[in-house]
Ligand binder design. Structure first.
Ligand code: CA
Length: 223
């Protein structure tokens, strides 16, 4: 899912970014209302988190401009004691709100509830890890500007690793995912596909080798 964060409090913006990226979502952000609207128009996000108190153009004006053209779910970020903001925001077409400050567990619970309520699909239609962009609707992978031609198995392997960047996947997990019906697949097959995928990803000079072999444990994709 493409998430847009419009928030001028940078630690909060970074907390939210880390949270959504860890879930595999593509995050763009802006620190004022004008840039926020620009990012909105450029990126067609599927979820917007919008701070109320923003420089240059406040959250109300941003919300109004978004609502003039889009029904995208908008979640307001408000300070704890601003119940008036919440009422006003919901009246203006915001879908929900998060009160600041929040810790990660609270954030997670709230966001899950909001996504369920808004029926925003949590299944990924696209995924970004570093410079790697995976579009699951068209099954295409781009690295920077260049398209990669992947076999279905390579694609499956990449999306598995990309579903949780930084997490180590064991050979057994990869086998279960790539060859669910076979009892003959072995760690060597995994090795071979990792090699194939790595050589394709490696062709892009910008990113180096994003797949890391953790000896004795498995493989992970680094963002
Ligand atoms: Ca603010």
């Amino acid at each position: 899912m493409r998430v847009l964060l419009i928030e001028d409090d940078i630690p909060i913006q970074e907390l939210l970014r880390a949270y959504f990226e860890a879930k595999g979502h593509a995050v763009s952000s802006a620190a004022d209302g004008v840039e926020g609207l620009k990012a909105f128009n450029a990126g067609v996000p599927e979820l917007v988190l919008l701070d109320v108190g923003l420089p240059r153009l406040d959250g109300w004006a941003v919300l109004e401009a978004i609502r003039a053209s889009s029904a995208v779910p908008v979640v307001l970020l408000t300070a704890l004691d601003d119940t008036d903001d919440v009422v006003r925001g919901l009246a203006m077409g915001a879908d929900d709100y998060l009160t600041k400050p929040f810790d990660v567990r609270e954030l997670d619970a709230r966001v899950q509830a909001i996504l369920r309520r808004l029926e925003v699909p949590e299944t990924l239609s696209s995924l970004d890890v570093g410079d790697i962009h995976i579009d699951d609707r068209s099954k295409t992978v781009t690295v920077g500007e260049s398209f990669l031609s992947l076999s279905p198995k390579e694609y499956k392997l990449l999306t598995l690793l990309a579903s949780e960047p930084g997490r180590v996947f064991s050979s057994d997990e990869i086998i279960a995912h790539l060859w669910p019906d076979s009892d003959r697949a072995a760690a060597n097959d995994v090795k071979q596909y990792i090699h194939l995928l790595r050589s394709k990803l490696y062709r892009s000079p910008d990113i180096g080798d994003p797949i890391e072999n953790i000896k004795g444990f498995g493989y992970r994709l680094n963002g």
